[in-house]
Structures are given as C-alpha cells and as structure tokens.
Ligand binder design. Structure first.
Ligand code: ARG
Length: 722
C-alpha cells in the first residue's frame, strides 16, 4: 500500500508534459506544481493558497455540496447560495401548490422574512482532507480479496466515524484510483436552508428535455438559496431564531463578460466517471444496459407526462421525479450513440493491447484482460434481466415501494428475539410510505405496471422468468401475447393492494403481519421478482462485481506504474471536490457546422413558442427584451444579453450548480450541462468535442433584477465591473 501511495504522490505532483490540457478533474488539495503552473500559463491569476488552504479563507471554502447530488457556491457575506434551477427543483416543487405555484410563476423573497425553509435540504462545507491509505490497508490486509468489495463500505464507515466522533462533523472515506488510495473527507452539514429566489420554469427549464444536453442552449438554469446557522454560526435544525451563516469566504461576481479563449475554472462535486472502463464494459453498456434502460424509461416517461399535462397538481407532484428519470434517459441514449460513433470500444481495445504489451513478463498484470473477458462472458447472459428488473419492474413506483417492505417481511419472519429489528423496520416503512404515497400518481403507475410486466415477458428469455408468475397471469387474466392481459393484471393490483389505501395501510402497519403482506398483490409481485433474482442470479452478480473490483484495482495500479513520470493522472470522479480548468471555447460539432461560444436573449426569443410545454416565455421577459431594458448586464460587443456560454472544462453530473470562475477567481457563470456530441464523457473524454454548458452570470442577474425585481439580492453581491 505504501508503495502505491508513493507512486500516486509522484503522479499527482511531479508529472511532466501535461496530456490533454482540458481533461482532468483535479483534487484541489493535491494540485501538483506542474498542474498549478499549467493553470497559470493558461490564465490563472491567483496563488495556490487562494485556491486551497487549510489556514486561510480561500475559494474552496465557498464551494458546497448542495442537497444530495449537486454543487452550490456561497456568493455573499450572509450565506447566499447560487446553484442550478434543476438542483433546487425538488425544493421549489415542494414549496409549490396549485395556488402558489413557484415552479410555474417563480418566486422572489424581497426580505429575509419571506424566504421559504426547505425541509430535508442540506448543504455541506468541506472541513478537511487526509490521506488514510495506510490506516485502510492495515484494516483490510487480512480480508480475502473476494470478500473485500462487500465488506469495504462498512470498514470505511467505521474508520470515518471514529475520526469525527463527538465533533459534530461528518466524515467519508473514498477510494481513489479504484482503491489504490483512500482519502478521508470531513464535512460540516447545515440543515436550515431556505429558498430565496427562482425564475419561473419557462426560464429556469426553458427548452425542457428537447434542449437538455444540447448546445446551443437558452436555459436560465439557476436558483438561489440561503444557509442559516444558530447564533454561534453552527449547524442547527430549522428555527425562526436561526441567522444567516457568516461564511469563511464568498465569491465575488464579475459582470465584465467573457470572450472566446478566456480562462475558465470550474469547482464542484462531479459524481462519477469511469475513464478506465474496459472494452468489455463498454460493449455490455452499448449492447444491453443502455438500450434496456432507454426503452423502458421512454415509456414510463410517456405515461407520466400524459397525466402531468392533464392536471397542474399532478405536474407539481411528479415534476422532480419525472425530471430525474428524463435527464438520464436522454443521457444514456446519447452516451450509447457517442460511444459507438467515436468507436470507444475499439479505442479501449487498443489501450488494453498496449497495456498487455507493457505487462508482458509481469505476472501480476499480463493476463488481466483474459480474466476480464471471462467474467464478462459469465455475467452477460443475465445482464438484461437485471436491467429489466431495475428499470422495468421497479420502474413502477408502487412495486419499488413494495420491494422496500421486504425488510419488514424479513424482520417479521424472524424469531421473538428480533423484536428490535421489527420496530426499526416498522419505523422505516412508515417514513418510506409517507414519501411514496405523497408522490404516487396511480393513473400513470397503472399504465407503467402493465407495460413493464409485458416487456419483461416479451424481452427476457423465458428461462429467466420468475417461476409460476406468468402462468398465474395467464390463468387469471388471459393470453400473455395480449396487451389487455397485462392491463387487467395491473388494474387488479392497484385496486386490491393495501398500499394505495391509507386506511388499510394504517391498519396493517399498526399491527403488521406477514400473512397480510404476502397476500398483497403489489408486495407479492415485488417479492416474486426479488426472490427470482436473489436465489438464481445474486451470487453470480456479486461474484462479477467482486472480480471487477479486484481486477480494476490491479489495472489501475498497473496504469499508474506504466505512466509514472510520463503522464499526469487524476482519479475518477466520485463526488469529492474537484477543480477543472479550461477556456471559453467554440467548436465544430460536425462537418461544415460551427458553434459560437455564446447564446443571447435574441436567441431565446427565436425559440419562443407561445403556450408550449417547453418553449413558452414569461410576458415580462418578452417586454423587457423588446425594450432592450438590459441595465448594467448588457454585453458590450453584442449589445444584447448573453444567456449561455460554453467552455472546454471536464465536468460531469454532480457538478451541476458549479461556479465558473475567471482567472481572478470571480464568478462568471454557473455550469449546468454537457453537450450531446460528447455524452460518452464518463468513459472517455473527447478533447475536440467536450464542452461544458454554462449560464452567463449576467443573464442570472438580469433575471433577478429586471424580472424578479429582487434588487435586495443584487445588493448583497460583491459585483466587479472591471
Ligand atoms: N442535463 C442536466 C444535468 O444533468 C440537467 C438538466 C435538467 N433539465 C432537464 N430538462 N431535465 O446537469
């Protein structure tokens, strides 16, 4: 282990020629001199300590984890937060009702008293980082390799908890380079977060799913929150007595504007990449996993959208879930297309061949890809079934909830001595039920259930169907070749399950009984499919994951050894703080087409379709645009409002809401998306085509000021005009 750590330090710090300039999600605390020097060469004007320091307030102190999977940044001395509209979306939807529809109409707090507390929403500040590779390797040295993948999370948790016991902080230990290094991250989590402002959806989500993952883009994807603390500045549950947090550092905001080639730096929490995915993994994805997910989601979305368009209350209820499903439906469809188009499978094969040549005569590495081939061949015949269970059967929210009750069923089936387990399972089930029932739309779920049950029957090899299940449907509801059979089945499930009847549920949960649960049609469906998987395929699947984990660690160890002194390496994204640097950068997506680096308000109006679900606009925006009422936010060159711009930074999901900073560390935009032509980016970074899509901060401020009339927010910022 020690040796790996040494190699890694060498890799991050001493490496010479920078590979592709804009690829890389660097750990800001381990920025080597070479990487920092390259940043300076490209236009960075601040010192290393101003970027990241343990001893003085610095940029890193303004970068936060927003909610469960986004980034936010602190932009005022009173804890004001900027993030994306799609990151605040759940909180905005929760605060909305048909009468006070902030999703539709927007919301602007004109004073702190008007800000709206968002239950469940938290933000986390990074407190410290430490390399704990030695402690971890000490703990895991006696664990057999094939058990490690399963046991590791609990071990890391225990070590992390020990580090923060009694401090009020939270810690997480994260493997880097597929387990060749372990870093400890300590966070402080604030729980009183309030909505300050949001544009209406026809600005914040303008272009909807049609424009999602695409450039040219005209979305005003931002929302504004504030973090509150107790009087001592410490995290506290919501209370009217809480006060705005006085942050260590807040970002200044530049309204000078950007031009092609300008330095850009994006800080945040990229969620996941797999840049050392093997050719076998790529093939499994493009052949089986992605197409399955895409086709199943497409239908689920269709059924939901139908109900959302009918009823504004359903629209609010399903908005956030729908958006999440839709976002990665389009992503995985695009990912497959780009992986195939860019011949990533063939590129990976070439990389693997080069590795194997290097590895010749090194017993640890030379047969690695033969072993990969073997494990993929063994798992592949069952992969589609797993996708159809996860994205199909459990794509019905009813069946997904029913499946969570397996834990309760389990606890109830244990002996008397397991009382404690039962009490815990009941509590968990109760709170899961609240979430489920408040977000459940029966009309769409009924259609989803019929569709996914039929899809599983039709698309999955009969030998992998759960025993007896389809015979039962056939006997009770008719011919398995008819769509109407599945419709009758799903109608029967939703009419007879106790899970959709609050009174029956309450009766059940106050005195839970496995006999009742197992008779329930929704629960039995969940149980039948889960059991089918658990009994017949889970062992194989775990074995596949274990081997993948072991081989992956060896592969990366080899790659690090092979590249030592030659190539700078950064660890895959894993929702830890990263900085990526690049420049404002136009591109050519295909032959004869050039994409400019910015979009404007005129372009917004060009896309306007009155009354459309995705391309409608607020009257006020149209009026202001017509009168060219741009104030201090107008762009000097275009005499228009610049809405979005693109840059060459390397980011991914989780970076949403991330600040885009100029060379002086001033905020110039918020990152919110990646471009379609490079949707293979999680697996391979494309140095010609990869772009980050950002909303220009001047558009954000123009909307806040002129449409929202929230000059109180503008006045809080540290605006830089030069
Ligand atoms: N693609 C964006 C991201 O993953 C999310 C955009 C949300 N908008 C939407 N139409 N679903 O960061």
């Amino acid at each position: 282990m020690k040796k790996f750590t040494f190699i890694l330090v060498a890799c991050t710090i001493m490496l010479k020629p920078m590979a592709k300039a804009d690829e890389g999600m660097w750990l800001p605390m381990l920025l080597g001199e070479q990487v920092y020097a390259d940043m300076v060469k490209k236009g960075l004007k601040v010192t290393k300590e101003q970027l990241y320091s343990m001893n003085q307030a610095c940029i890193k102190d303004a970068i936060i984890i927003f909610g469960g999977g986004c980034t936010g940044e602190i932009v005022s001395k009173e804890g004001l937060i900027f993030t994306n509209h799609h990151c605040g979306y759940g909180a905005i939807a929760s605060a909305s009702s048909v009468e006070h529809n902030y999703l539709k109409d927007g919301f602007w707090a004109k004073s702190k008293a008007e800000e709206i507390y968002s239950p469940g929403l938290t933000v986390q500040f990074l407190v410290k980082i430490a390399d704990v590779s030695n402690q971890v390797s000490e703990k895991i040295k006696d664990i057999p390799a094939k058990e490690l993948n399963q046991k590791l999370p609990a071990i890391l948790n225990e070590l992390a908890n020990k580090e923060t016991e009694g401090t009020g902080f939270e810690a997480r230990i994260v493997p880097m380079f597929k387990g060749n290094q372990y870093l400890l991250f300590v966070y402080e989590r604030y729980k009183d977060v309030r909505l300050v402002g949001t544009p209406p959806e026809n600005i914040g989500k303008f272009g909807g799913d049609t424009d999602n993952w695409e450039w040219p883009r005209h979305t005003g994807d931002f929302s504004i929150f504030r973090v509150y603390a107790n009087k001592e500045g410490k995290p506290a549950e919501y209370s009217a007595d809480n006060v705005p947090l006085k942050p260590k550092y807040s970002l200044p905001v530049s309204i000078k504007g950007v031009k092609d080639g300008d330095y850009t730096m994006i800080w945040g929490y990229p969620g996941g990449t797999n840049r050392y995915e093997t050719s076998f993994g790529v093939k499994l994805k493009t052949d089986i996993e992605n197409p399955s997910l895409v086709s199943l989601r497409e239908k689920r979305l269709e059924f939901m959208l139908k109900e959302m368009k009918k009823d504004p209350a359903v629209k609010i209820q399903l908005a956030s879930y729908y958006a999440q499903v839709a976002n990665y439906w389009k992503f995985f469809d695009g990912e497959s297309k780009q992986l195939l188009k860019h011949k990533v499978f063939e590129e990976k094969q070439a990389d693997e061949k080069a590795f194997t040549t290097w590895a010749s005569g090194k017993p640890e590495y030379e047969n690695l890809f033969k072993e990969y081939e073997k494990i993929y061949n063994e798992w592949r015949p069952y992969a589609k079934q797993l996708s159809y269970m996860k994205e199909g059967i459990f794509g019905s929210p009813l069946i997904a909830f029913a499946n969570t009750l397996l834990a309760l069923d389990n606890a109830l089936s244990q002996k008397e001595s397991y009382k404690e387990g039962v009490t815990k399972a009941i509590e968990t089930a109760k709170s899961a039920y609240e979430r489920f029932i408040n977000s459940e739309n029966v009309a769409s779920d009924k259609n989803i259930l019929a569709f996914v049950t039929e899809a599983f029957y039709t698309d999955i090899d009969a030998s992998q169907h759960p025993a007896g299940f389809y015979e039962m449907i056939n006997k009770k509801f008719g011919d398995l070749k008819n769509k109407s059979t599945y419709e009758s089945f799903s109608k029967d499930v939703v009419s007879n399950t106790i899970l959709l009847d609050k009174t029956k549920w309450n009766n059940f949960i106050s005195n839970p009984d496995t006999a009742i649960l197992r008779k329930d049609p929704a629960f039995s469906m969940a149980r039948i499919f889960s059991t089918n998987f658990n009994l017949r395929y889970a062992t194989l699947f775990n074995e596949f994951n274990n081997q993948n984990f072991i081989l992956g660690k060896t592969y990366l160890k080899g790659v690090l050894e092979m590249n030592k002194g030659k190539k700078a390496m950064y660890p895959d994204a894993n929702f830890t703080m990263r900085v990526s640097y690049g420049k404002v950068n136009s591109y050519s997506p295909k032959d004869a087409v050039n994409y400019n680096y910015y979009t404007t308000l005129s372009g917004v109006l060009d896309k306007y379709k009155p009354g459309d679900y995705e391309f409608d606009l607020p009257t006020k925006l149209i009026e202001l645009a017509k009168n060219k009422d741009f104030g201090q936010y107008a762009d000097a060159t275009t005499k228009d409002i610049v809405v979005g711009f693109i840059s060459s930074n390397d980011i991914t999901g989780g970076n949403s809401g991330s600040p885009v900073l100029n060379g002086k560390g001033e905020l110039i935009g918020l990152a919110f998306d990646g471009n379609y032509e490079a949707l293979s980016h999680k697996i391979k970074f494309d140095k010609d085509l990869n772009r980050t899509i950002n909303v220009d901060i001047r558009y954000v401020l123009w909307v806040v000021d002129k449409i929202g009339g929230a000059t109180n927010i503008i006045n809080e910022l540290d605006l830089r005009k030069m």
